[in-house]
Ligand binder design. Sequence first.
Ligand code: SF4
Length: 283
Amino acid sequence: MKRRSLDYKSAIKPVWCAGCGNYGVLTAVQRSLVGLEIPPENVVTVSGIGCSGRLSHYLNTYSLHGTHGRAVPTSVGVKAARPDLTVLTVGGDGDGLGIGGGHIPHAARKNADITYFLIDNRVYGLTKGQASPTTQRGETTKTSPYGAYEDTLSAVPIFLAYDVSFIARGNSADIAELETIVTAAIRHRGMSIVHVLTRCRTFGHQDLLSEKAAFKPLPSGHDRRDKLAALALSYSTEPVYTGIFYQVNKPTLEERLQADISKAESDTGGRPTPVEDLLKSFV
Ligand code: SF4
């Protein structure tokens, strides 16, 4: 049965502001799921707190809109328990790089096969416009009336340092390119992060139309295995490159755990160990 975007649209009407960049991300993800022909019942979407976290409400998949900054570890747990499902993770710049920033390196070490959309509008939109970890230095917000005095976190270089096995950047105004990137990210076996640059129309400062002119696809000859080249390209501001910066293959969490499960089964003769015995081993 050929599915349509409508099959991935939930009955809940989005409450995002008109012109919010999150609409573009939602459309790209829905189109990608159509192209990949993944049945909606085989997808779990886990999101954190923030306007972007509402995306899990609007996708017709199983979903969990959890606590602030905890979407990544929750997704890892879902994938560990049900490796047969496609696990999507959604959060904003505050959720992913502020409150939940410490979870990303540890998910990357496990190389859990999850796809994380980190939607970056450089501001806390849901709570009405406070400075976030990616607010540009000097930008005025509700909490930086004289301009943000802190330096700005650079997402892609951070993910490269963590050795996330698939790292890409897109922008929510180019839905066709974003769909291509999202599809490659979901297909990737291991942890993939798509850093989506977007706008908060209500509290943000970016003029997306002028930014759109600054975006450029990565050079066609870019070798995705070359981390140092990816690092140099990721820092470029004129242009701001989009596309897949880095992609390597390594064992996934599921493969690593399966080896341990097989060994434990052989050690115990396949008999489950009572929980009481496990607890006693810590006494
Ligand atoms: Fe989008 Fe900003 Fe409105 Fe939130 S406040 S829905 S991020 S435009």
